[in-house]
Design a protein around this ligand. Structure first.
Ligand SMILES: Cc1cc2nc3c(=O)[nH]c(=O)nc-3n(C[C@H](O)[C@H](O)[C@H](O)COP(=O)(O)O)c2cc1C
Length: 218
């Protein structure tokens, strides 16, 4: 059981990396082999719209033609049994590196003649972890279920199944007295103490599910 995991946060010990570590532990403890990549440690761009992956004279599945740090990683994807992607929410969507990664990952598998099918050869489980400042009560009111749900649908279409796990109202600073913020450090810490360990357990369960190899129900 091979799983690739991607941290789409520039902070290597932040909320996103922590949630991802729980998911990875859940997968490893259940026998999966997991390789972790920190996207902000790699040099790569998003899709450059060359359409090399849509050429009819090429055999599918095709890996993105762009040569950079992502290319050898994308080459491993055809052999995997599961995928973990974790990202902070930036301006209502994934971090820039995560979006660039998802474009390069998904576009070559998209059947451009029939959007309902994928060139990826199997159905695999994909775990998608988001951490964000917005509290859970505002998640739908701010339309995050729709915008983030679109990314889940993209991954579901190309890989067969995808499940989202969230951490809301995360702490960004250790010492809130030093920074601009819409809440005090005490309020943030109280929320974190009440919720974050549960969020991390949800991430662990996600990893366990991936290790089982079972796809998620739509
Ligand atoms: C540039 C930037 C933009 C952000 N935009 C949002 C946003 O639109 N919605 C939100 O809920 N949180 C937003 N946040 C907060 C982060 O998503 C949140 O604190 C996250 O848990 C940080 O993850 P990390 O600890 O892995 O860095 C933003 C943070 C940054 C730095």
């Amino acid at each position: 059981m091979k799983i690739l995991a991607f941290n789409g946060s520039p902070r290597l010990n932040g909320n996103t990396a922590t949630m991802l570590e729980y998911a990875i532990s859940g997968a490893r403890e259940n026998g999966a082999e997991v390789e972790l990549f920190n996207l902000y440690k790699m040099q790569f761009s998003g899709c450059i719209s060359c359409f090399s992956c849509k050429r009819l004279d090429k055999e599918r599945p095709i890996v993105c033609a762009v040569i950079d740090d992502l290319k050898p990683v994308l080459e491993k994807v055809s052999e995997i049994d599961g995928l973990l992607i974790a990202t902070p929410v930036y301006y209502g969507c994934e971090s820039a590196a995560t979006r660039a990664f998802i474009e390069r990952l998904c576009f070559p598998y998209l059947n451009y003649a029939d959007y309902t099918t994928s060139h990826f050869p199997r159905r695999i489980p994909v775990g998608l972890i988001y951490t964000m400042n917005v509290p859970s009560e505002l998640f739908e009111a701010m339309g995050y279920d729709v915008t983030l749900g679109r990314t889940r649908e993209t991954l579901e279409r190309e890989f067969g199944s995808c499940k989202m796990v969230l951490a809301n109202n995360t702490m960004q600073y250790t010492d809130y007295s030093l920074y601009e913020a819409n809440a005090t450090g005490e309020e943030k810490k109280a929320y974190r103490d009440a919720h974050f360990s549960n969020d991390c357990q949800n991430a662990r369960q996600l990893g366990e599910q991936l290790a089982s190899g079972k796809v998620f129900n739509a």
